[in-house]
Write a protein that binds this ligand. Structure first.
Ligand code: PAF
Length: 271
C-alpha cells in the first residue's frame, strides 16, 4: 500500500493506470467504508482511497472541528484490505489549483440536506470534482446512505461528461438497524438506542405507506419521532428515488428520507 500526500507524486504514479477504482472518504472508517472497498475489489484495476475531511462541506466550524478523526486506525484498516493507494492531501493541495470543470448543481440540491445545510453540496461537489480531475478514476464508489450526495455527484458527472462511472453501494447497518456512520462514534448508549428505534419506526411506517400512500402523515410522524426521544428534525420526507419528488402513487419507487438530531449529533438515513 502506497501513501501519498502530494498531488504531483500521486499523479506521476497513477498516470498510466487505466482502471482506477476510487473510494473517497473523510476517514473515521467503519463497516460502510469497508463494504465500499470490498465492492471495489470486485472490479478490475487498482484501488485508491482518499482520506480528507473537507472543510468546505461543513456549514458549521464546530461540526468540522469535532468530526471524528483516527488516521492511525484508518491506515491499519486500509492495509488489511490490501488497498493499492491512499491519498491524504492537505487543504492547499486540493484547493490551490483551478479546476477545469465548473461544478453542476442539480436543482434538487436545494431540498433535504441542501435546505438544512446551506453550502454543503457545493462543498461536496467542489472537492469531488477536484478529486476526479486529479485521479481520473474509471469508477467512484459511493454509499446510498448519503443518497442525495451520490445522486448529485452522478448528475454532475453526467452533465460534465466525465469519464467516471458512479457505483452506488447499499447502506450497511449495525445489528440494531442504525446506518453505519462516522458520527455514530459520538452517540452514547441511550442515543444509539433511540437511533435504532427511529429506524424501526420508519421501517414499519414505510410498509404502511407501501399499502396506502396517504398513510404518510408528516405531522404525526414528526410527533412520534419526538416522542421516541429525537431532539430536533431537520426533515422527514417521502420522495421518489429517481426524481426526488413526492410520489403520487404507491407504484412509484420511493424512500423515506430523514435528518435528525440526538442532542447535538446530526444523523441522516433513507429507508
Ligand atoms: O461522504 C463523504 O465522506 C464525503 O462527503 C466525500 C464524498 C468523501 C466528499 O468529501
Amino acid at each position: 500500500m502506497k501513501i501519498f500526500k502530494s498531488k504531483h507524486k500521486l499523479q506521476k504514479k497513477i498516470l498510466n493506470i487505466k482502471n482506477i477504482s476510487f473510494v473517497p472518504t473523510m476517514g473515521g472508517l467503519h463497516r460502510g467504508h469497508i463494504s465500499l472497498i470490498k465492492k471495489s475489489k470486485t472490479f478490475k484495476g487498482k484501488i485508491l482511497v482518499s482520506i480528507f475531511v473537507n472543510p468546505k462541506q461543513f456549514n458549521e466550524k464546530k461540526d468540522f472541528l469535532s468530526y471524528p478523526r483516527n488516521l492511525k486506525k484508518d491506515l491499519i484498516i486500509l492495509k488489511n484490505l490490501n488497498v493499492d493507494f491512499v491519498y491524504i492531501p492537505n487543504v492547499k493541495n486540493i484547493f490551490s489549483f483551478r479546476a477545469k470543470n465548473k461544478i453542476f448543481l442539480d436543482k434538487s440540491s436545494k431540498k433535504l440536506c441542501g435546505q438544512s445545510r446551506r453550502g454543503h453540496f457545493e462543498g461536496v461537489l467542489n472537492v469531488v470534482n477536484r478529486f476526479l480531475e486529479i485521479i481520473k478514476p474509471r469508477y467512484i464508489f459511493l454509499g446510498i446512505k448519503d443518497f442525495q450526495q451520490s445522486y448529485l455527484i452522478n448528475r454532475h458527472i453526467l452533465k460534465k461528461k466525465i469519464n467516471t462511472k458512479v457505483i452506488h453501494c447499499k447502506t450497511i447497518r449495525e445489528k440494531n438497524g442504525v446506518a453505519c456512520s462516522t458520527r455514530n462514534n459520538r452517540l452514547n448508549e441511550n442515543q444509539f438506542k433511540i437511533a435504532s428505534n427511529v429506524f424501526k419506526y420508519l421501517k414499519t411506517k414505510k410498509k404502511l405507506i407501501q399499502k396506502k400512500i396517504s398513510n404518510f402523515k408528516l405531522l404525526k410522524i414528526k410527533k412520534d419521532l419526538i416522542n421516541l426521544g429525537v431532539t430536533k428534525i431537520d426533515y422527514v420526507e417521502l420522495y421518489n428515488v429517481k426524481t426526488l419528488k413526492r410520489p403520487k402513487n404507491k407504484r412509484e419507487k420511493f424512500k423515506i428520507f430523514i435528518a435528525f438530531y440526538l442532542n447535538k449529533i446530526r444523523l441522516i438515513d433513507n429507508i
